[in-house]
Structure formats: structure tokens, C-alpha cells
Design a protein around this ligand. Structure first.
Ligand code: 8YV
Length: 333
């Protein structure tokens, strides 16, 4: 039997490549340069499957140029880089990596919110600049996290993880806005109250954004939303660039309309809106919320499991663990 060829579109853990190589002909982007679109399309020629990350966009045009493709497996839970309907229409299995990163990402979201509220990055820069000469009563005085009101915009798995940390660890009152309401027992455990977005923005001391990026959530937090927030409030975005209007946020931070922001994701990343780099009251990190070594390894392994299984290989042949369009499998079966 000929071994199927797969593309690993970005550099990834060698042990994961080895596992793929036990079953497939693997073409790895070892230099880890992000492919241009024509390069990606060309590199997929003859490949049955692709191991991708958020930096590769999979759409109808790319699929039509590579009709032999049978599986595209994302090393990310968010999949706004994949046109799942276009995959389904062409019988291509698409997958993501849910669950394995939930707690690590919630840890980071909480850490970023705390760093923002307590001005950790800003004060560290001040110290490194050699400006710390004396104690002062209001030096880097921020806002409290414990006992404050946490507003979670988007209450999926990661949002619930952030809420759990706030409610159970820090005695926070939790508000959440989400398309659907949580089951009563989950609400009760978190002491969480389902509210509309405007109420959440008006009443929260710390707003954390954890929604998927879709046309409906584009600029969910825009100038009008920011205007509803308390002047003492913080905003943390660990969702996707584009859910927050970064230009409007920079203007709100500059004007002191909200106290501070923590951002792990940006519109057009890795570019960062220049105005955000100018304001001191924002903590900026380079999309690392899921970046613990065990979690990144778990994400890569799950993406590889999906790829092998979707191509009918390995111990779970035919049964990818986390498909986005399982109807494709039913059709193949
Ligand atoms: C990834 C993420 O690191 O899982 C996601 O949706 O945003 C991150 O965990 C990133 O998307 C790379 O694929």
C-alpha cells in the first residue's frame, strides 16, 4: 500500500513528526517561514492531508486547487482560519484541538487580567528603566481582583475556566454574556449570572473576552462598548484579534476611559496597532495563552491523531477524535 503524503505546514515537536512519519510521507516546513498563499497551495500538491496552525487559511480556492486533499487538521481550538463549509462540501475532514488547552489558556487569561489590574508590566518597565528611587503611597496602585465583578464575554470551555478561577479562587462575582445560557447546575457552581452584553460591560470591574471570532463577533468590543465600561475597569482579550476594535481600545486607554487592558491577540497579528505600543496601561503578549510545554505538545499530538485517523491510519483509523465536520466521515463510511 502506498503511504499517503502529508504537509506539516509549520515547525512542530519532532516526536509528533516522527509519529506521522511512521505512517505517511511527511513534508515538513522545517525553516518555519510562513508560506505565502501560492506557496501553500503549491506545497499541498499531491498531499492527502495537512497539519496546519492558525497561520494557514483553508478556503474554497485552496481546496479546489488541491482536490486530492482529504483532511486539514488545525493545531488550535479556534478555527476561523478554516472555511469548514467549503471543506464539508468537498468531503474534506477538518479538525481542531479542543479541551487539551482549556485550563492552560484559562490560567493565562486570569494571569493577564491580574497583570493588567495590578499594573505588573508597567511597573516592571519602570523599574528596569531605573526610575524607582522611592516608595510612594499611590505608586502603581491598581484595582483589586479579589471580590470584584468579573465579566466573561463568551462562556465556552475557556470562559468557564476563567469564571471558575474568579469565583472559586478569588471570590469574584461572575457575570457572563453568551448566545446560550449555561445549565443551571453550572451557573450555580460558578455563581454566574447570564446578562446581556451592555449590562456586563456596565457592571463588570474586569471584562475578559473569550468568544470565537466569527462575522457576528467582529468588533464585539468597539468604541460604543468601551464607552459603557467603568473608568476603573480592565479589558482582557485572549480570544482573537478582531473581536476587539484595537484602534478604539487604544483611544479609550489613552483617554483614560478605561483603566487598563491585557491583550494576547491582535487585529492583523503579528502586527500590533501602533497606538497600542504608545500607551503604558496595556499589557501585550504575543499570542501565548496556550503556550505551556505540555499543552502545546498535547495540541500537536491531537492534531496528528486527527490527521492519521482521518486518513484511515493508526490505532483510531477512521475515527478522528475531534472532527469539526463529522458528517464527512459518515459519507466516507
Ligand atoms: C494557538 C489559539 O496557539 O488554539 C487556539 O485557538 O489561539 C492558540 O492556542 C494558535 O492559534 C496557533 O495555532
Amino acid at each position: 500500500m502506498t503511504r499517503p503524503a502529508v504537509l506539516v505546514a509549520r515547525a512542530v515537536f519532532p516526536e509528533v513528526i516522527e509519529r506521522l512519519a511512521a505512517h505517511c510521507e511527511v513534508d515538513v516546513n522545517r525553516e518555519d517561514r510562513i508560506f505565502t498563499r501560492p506557496e501553500l497551495i503549491a506545497r499541498l500538491a499531491g498531499k492527502a492531508g495537512a497539519f496546519i496552525t492558525g497561520s494557514e487559511r483553508i478556503d474554497a480556492e485552496l481546496l479546489d486547487a488541491n482536490p486530492q486533499l482529504r483532511a486539514v487538521c488545525n493545531m488550535a481550538v479556534g478555527y476561523n482560519n478554516i472555511d469548514v463549509d467549503a471543506c464539508t462540501a468537498r468531503g474534506v475532514l477538518a479538525s481542531n484541538t479542543p479541551d487539551v488547552l482549556t485550563e492552560t489558556t484559562a490560567d493565562f487569561g486570569f494571569a493577564l487580567m491580574m497583570a493588567t489590574a495590578r499594573r505588573i508590566a508597567e511597573s516592571e518597565h519602570y523599574l528596569r528603566r531605573g526610575e524607582w528611587t522611592k516608595w510612594r503611597y499611590d505608586m502603581f496602585a491598581g484595582t483589586d481582583v479579589h471580590g470584584a465583578t468579573l465579566g466573561v464575554l463568551g462562556m465556552g470551555r475557556i470562559g468557564q475556566g476563567v469564571a471558575r478561577r474568579g469565583a472559586l479562587g478569588f471570590g469574584m462575582k461572575v457575570l457572563y454574556a453568551n448566545r446560550s445560557r449555561l445549565p443551571a447546575d453550572v451557573e450555580a457552581t460558578l455563581g454566574a449570572k447570564w446578562v446581556d452584553k451592555a449590562t456586563l460591560l456596565r457592571e463588570s470591574d474586569h471584562v475578559v473576552v473569550v468568544t470565537p471570532y466569527t462575522p457576528q463577533t467582529h468588533h464585539l468590543v468597539d468604541a460604543a462598548a468601551l464607552a459603557l465600561m467603568k473608568p476603573t475597569a480592565t479589558l482582557t482579550n485572549i480570544a482573537r484579534g478582531g473581536v476587539v476594535d484595537d484602534a478604539a481600545l487604544a483611544a479609550a486607554l489613552k483617554a483614560g476611559r478605561i483603566a487598563a487592558a491585557g491583550l494576547d491577540v491582535f487585529e492583523g497579528e503579528p502586527s500590533v496597532h501602533p497606538a497600542l505600543l504608545e500607551v503604558p496601561n496595556v499589557v501585550l503578549t504575543p499570542h501565548i495563552a496556550s503556550a505551556s510545554v505540555p499543552t502545546r505538545l498535547a495540541m500537536a499530538s491531537l492534531a496528528a491523531d486527527n490527521l492519521l485517523a482521518a486518513l484511515g491510519l493508526g490505532p483510531a483509523a477512521g475515527q478522528p477524535p475531534t472532527p469539526l465536520n463529522p458528517q464527512v466521515l459518515a459519507r466516507q463510511g
